[in-house]
Each structure stands twice: as structure tokens, then as C-alpha cells.
Design a protein around this ligand. Sequence first.
Ligand SMILES: Cc1cc2nc3c(=O)[nH]c(=O)nc-3n(C[C@H](O)[C@H](O)[C@H](O)COP(=O)(O)O)c2cc1C
Length: 581
Amino acid sequence: MFVDQFIAGSLQFFSALFIFCIGTAAAVAFALFVVDVSQTRDAVRRNYPVLGRFRYLFSMLGEFFRQYFFAMDREEMPFNRAEREWVDRSAQAHDNTVAFGSTKNLSPAGTLIFVNFPFPTLSEQAVEMIPLTIGRYCRQPYTAPSFFNISGMSYGALSTPAVRALSKGAAMAQCWLNTGEGGLAPYHLEGGCDVVFQIGTAKYGVRDDNGVLCDDKLREVAAHESVKMFELKLSQGAKPGKGGILPAAKVTKEIAEIRGIPAGADSISPNRHPEVSNVSELIDLISRIREVTGKPVGFKSVFGDFDWLRDICLEVHARGIEHAPDFITVDSGDGGTGAAPMPLMDNVGLPIREALPAVTDVLKIHGLNNRIRVIASGKLITPSEVAWALATGADFVTSARGFLFSLGCIQSLKCNKNTCPTGITTHNPRLQRGLNPADKSVRVANYCKKLIYEVQTISHSCGVTRPRLLQRNHVRIVQETGKSVPMSVLYPHPATLPQYVEAAGQAAPALEGIFSEDSEALYDMFRTQRSVVQHLYDKGYASIDIARFLGQRAAKIDELLAEETRGSNFAAMDQRRRQES
Ligand SMILES: Cc1cc2nc3c(=O)[nH]c(=O)nc-3n(C[C@H](O)[C@H](O)[C@H](O)COP(=O)(O)O)c2cc1C
């Protein structure tokens, strides 16, 4: 009896609910119908009222469906799933081996193929990463431990927990963290890593009340022990000719204070440094910042043309090589950003594959390749891309989005909306909750270390003892025909012009120190039968000095070669050499 009553009551309730839902849906559909036919902004909705709305719903959902269900491993842009998962697994210190075979198609034009040496470097012959000094001529040069580092992303574009995790992770991995153009936040310093302070066109963090670069503020920033270098941002790949954009929703009170601007309004930088309209003014500004801070100063740019770089080289020679920028960061036309207009992002500025060889060649021709360090950035997030950049001539590589993936970024493309689902580029505390800096800093460090390890693995496979010894002839690039051609043929190393040979020698490390500084390079040359002379020449030594050096060291080289032919162990030689020096 009770059960019958309960069933009848439930049926009544659900049928009433059903009628109510149908009625409500019909009423909503009718209202939407009226709205759609009476509006004039959208033709699809006016012609197909209500139904037309599904188009927008599906194209929004398509983004997710494609990512999770339909896109192939190597298909998505800007980064495909295989690349993202490689970073993710590295960041989690998971096994990064893959089974059965590569899913990468090696025939498309542009594919990189490294030239393996028949007798790869044995693990015990491998050389640890060797630090490289930037800014020999300034009061406090910076000896950077890592060739892979974190590219500029401002505090503002990034959330507090993201910057904290990057700072701590960078300290653990011993790489540098670039502040991006938003000034120096306490969170950049918190982890104790090396910091590169970026000066954007709005001079955030080092500007006076009128937005002009302020020497006192520069000195304050430079006084931080962790701040090792200053990078003047001329442009970034995603938006050349456009200043930084931080939407009002992301300009919190704290961010406004750090930048020196009002809160809650769009933060838009000028599209150029107003005081720099030519090469001479650029060198003036670099010299001024270096003089005030005492630390290395370089600039970041995406390249479309290289004549102005030639002009920089000429200007440097006219003033003396101590006036050169200490480094140049070459960004790729397809670099990332927090927010940028699509036409600039898509079609302005050369990709790194074309820009990097050209920049390093211009420096070499002018004998400045040892004076000006080259930092490459732009989609260099996996070991093969980083190895390519080093082989091409870069001294360092930096990445922004690689490190975002290590923080847990899922490429939802919402950096400009304050709704980043992983808490990395949002100031919404609810969304930031998912990003635990302590946990994520370990991932940042894991990724950096794993990447370095695997670049080392590539270099050993090519028969050199460390990544910076990779040369252009170690990489082949697949052409339209399907055939690969060595990069040294596509982009042959140019010779230094005779009038700059002396300056090149001046910029190179003292020849006397070569056995201690560069012995590994020389051992490699012997082992891989490559010419010692060519190597020294490539490093910018003048021929006359090379001849003198070889004369002085002939006995030593003979000795090394003799040991090599006897099959002696390089590790032992290395150790003995260290003891000797
Ligand atoms: C969220 C975000 C914010 C960025 N902010 C800056 C910036 O403040 N200054 C700058 O020079 N570049 C900025 N960039 C560009 C990167 O530093 C880098 O040059 C570019 O993304 C290429 O490196 P990637 O391909 O490894 O990301 C930003 C990139 C991203 C993704």
C-alpha cells in the first residue's frame, strides 16, 4: 500500500518536473529565437535562430575535443602533444624512454638529423657542463653555470606562485631566471637563483615618475647580489614593434606598485625605447646601464633584417670592443607571449632557424663572436632543438613556454584572460590554488636538468664531449627533396674579415690559457680528426697567433696525439691535465 503510494507520488513528481523542464526549455528557446531574429550583428544567428548558436558552442568545445581526442601526437600548434609530454614526463622525473619506434616523420623539409659518430664519447669521457663568462669588460662579469635558462616572462603575465616556483626551481637547477619586462618582484629573488633583469620599453621597476629610466633605481636593482645581468628588450618575437600588454584585469595593486603604474588599468608599454632611434643611441644606452650597474648588459630582439646588426658591429669597432653589448638574445618570430596582436604574432619577424645562423655569422665576420655572447630563444623546448641552437653558434638557450609546461601548463591559450586553468598566468586566487610552488619548483628543476642531460647525450652520440662543442657539421637538415644536407653546407661558417682579426684575437680568451680553458675542445678535435687550426680559427684566433701557439705547443700536441694513438684514456688525461694546471 505504502509502496504503491510512493511510486504514484514519485511518478507524479517526475512527470511534473519533466513538463516543467520542457516548458522552460521551450520558453528559453522562444526567447533566444526572438533575440536572434531581432538582432543584426550576427548573420548566422539571424538566419538560423537558436540553431546558429550551436556553431559557437561546438567551435569552443572543438578546441578541447581536438586536443584530447582527435589531434595526432605531432600535429598541434604551437607545441604538439609529443613535445608537451616530453617536458611533462621530464618535469615529473618519470621514465622518458619510448617504446617500439619513433612517431616522428623524418621526411618533412626542415627536420633535423644529428650526425652520429661511429665511436661515441664514452660516459667516463664526458665533460660536466662548463660555465661560460658573459661581459669580460664590465666590473662584475657573470659566469653562467647553465647553457639552458628561463626566458623573460613578467610578474604580472605570470602569477605569484608561478614566479616563486620558477625562482626556486632555477636555483635548484643552477640556471638563471629572466624577470621579463614587469620589474623585479620579491618572488624573483625568493628562491635564490641568478636573475637577469629585463628593461622593457616602459622601464618598469627602474623608471622615475615620468616613465624615464632612472639611474638610482638601476643601482638599487643592481645592488641585489642575485641580479647578474641586464637585458634591454628591443622586441620579442611574438610582437615586434609593439610594447608589452598587460590587460587591466591582471594589473593588481601589488603589480602596479612593482611596475610603478596605476592599478586596474591596462599596462601598455611604448612600442620602442623612446630614447633609442638608431644604433649609436642603442650602444649609448647599453654603455650607460653597464656603467651604472657594473654588470653585463645586452639586448633582446627578433630579427627581420641584419643590416642594423652589421651597423652595430661597425659602431663597436669604431668605439672599441669594450663598448659592445655583452650579449644578444635572438628571439624567434614564432615566440610566445602573454598577449599580442595576431598579425604580428603570425607574420612579423624571422623564425630562429633562419635568424640564429645569420646573427652568429655577422658577429663572426666582424670578429665579435667571442666578445658578444648569443642567447637563442623560440620554441627550443626539447633536447634536439637546443642541441641545434648550440651547434649553430648560440652560447646559451632560453625558454619560456618549456618552463611553463614544466609548471603544468596545458596549452589552453588563455594567458591573456586571467582565467588560466593551471594558475600560471592568472591572479585569481581560486585558480592559483592548483599551483603549489614547492611542488612545482622541483618540476622546473627536473625539466632543466633532464633537458641538459639529453643535450649532452646527443653531443656524446656525435662524438664530442660536451654540447658547446657541437658544430654545424654535426647537424643535417632535410630538404624538400627528402635528402638531408649538412648545416655546414647550407650555412657555412664565414671567415672573419682581415681588418677584424686582431680585434677577434683581443676578444678571445688568452691563448696562454687555452690548454686549461679549452683542453676538452682540443682533445675532441684530435679524437674526431678535425683540424685544431680550424677550431682555433672558428673561435676567432688570428692565424698568426694560431701559428705561434701551435709552434709553442707542438711538443704537447705531439704528446697528446701519441697517447691517443696508443688508445689512452681521455678521462685519465683530463685528470692529469687538471692536476698539472
Ligand atoms: C606568458 C609569457 C610572457 C612573456 N613575457 C615576456 C616579457 O615580459 N618580455 C620578453 O622579452 N618576452 C616575454 N615573453 C617571450 C619569451 O620570453 C620568449 O622570448 C618567447 O616565448 C620564446 O620562447 P619560448 O618559445 O620558449 O616560449 C613572454 C612569453 C610568455 C609565454
